[in-house]
Design a binder for this molecule. Sequence first.
Ligand SMILES: [Fe+2]
Length: 308
Amino acid sequence: MPDKIIRSFEPKHAKLWSRQTVKLQHNLPSSPLFSEESLAKLIDELPADRVAINTMAPGMPKKDSWSYCDRSGRSGEEILNIVKNGRLWVNMTQLETVSDDFAELLESMFLEFEQYLPDFQTFKRSIGLLVSSPNSQVFYHCDVPGQSLWQIAGRKRVFIYPAEEPFLNPPEVENVIRARTEEEVNYESWYDEYAEIYDLEPGEMLHWRLNGPHRVVNLDSVNVSITTEHWTPEIRRSYAMNYGNGILRDFGLNPKSRSIEGLGFWSKVALTAAWRASGLHKGQAFKRTYKFKIDPSSAGGLVPLASE
Ligand SMILES: [Fe+2]
């Protein structure tokens, strides 16, 4: 049995878990899984739809500048070179489906959590990798499942905001959960006064409250980070409640209850199931549109697609 991955779990963390942000130490930076060669190989091996390559404007968040980049058949090695010299955010998802090593790592991480947190019963777990340029960023958004961020290399500044109004409004989280927008929610620069701010170093990880809005700015270094996702029975209930409330809002109602128990909740579960079975949700889903393509010969490694 290899060494423990998590190095610093204390009794207080069990009490704080999923209620407040928890920061822990881990031993992943020493793993050979994150050599440049392994990262390039992963980019090459993952199906294209699981390697999202984005670019964005520098400086203060500009939501509209978040742009998908067409890989144009370029190799993992070429993409990594542009990450080093340009402004890319490469998000690889569901690594457990192509790599036994990552599947095993994911299993070990959650096995450790279960030892510390006997009530933490998870399913639909997934592991991803972020490889991103110095000073690149991800704008304000919230995620649907439970999330953790594990820093492997480089440094990033993580802003985490309260998962409640005015930082996150019910219609926004409902739209994110129903995949009608791509995780973005409204952001105002003054929100930062209410953010928890962490400069994440290699060997540190963060786990925060469900749907907690966050944004991430890389410091002046190439960053390699792992993301893990999980579901619990409670997260699934929260998903169904938000989904049901979103459907009711479509019909002009203004659902007030965010309870995940009782008759009202179970009628939302039934409504969500009926809506999804009807296929009505499919036409409303967010679709990626590509604005750039990878071109190692151009400055920044990108050319706008419209100029073709
Ligand atoms: Fe996120």
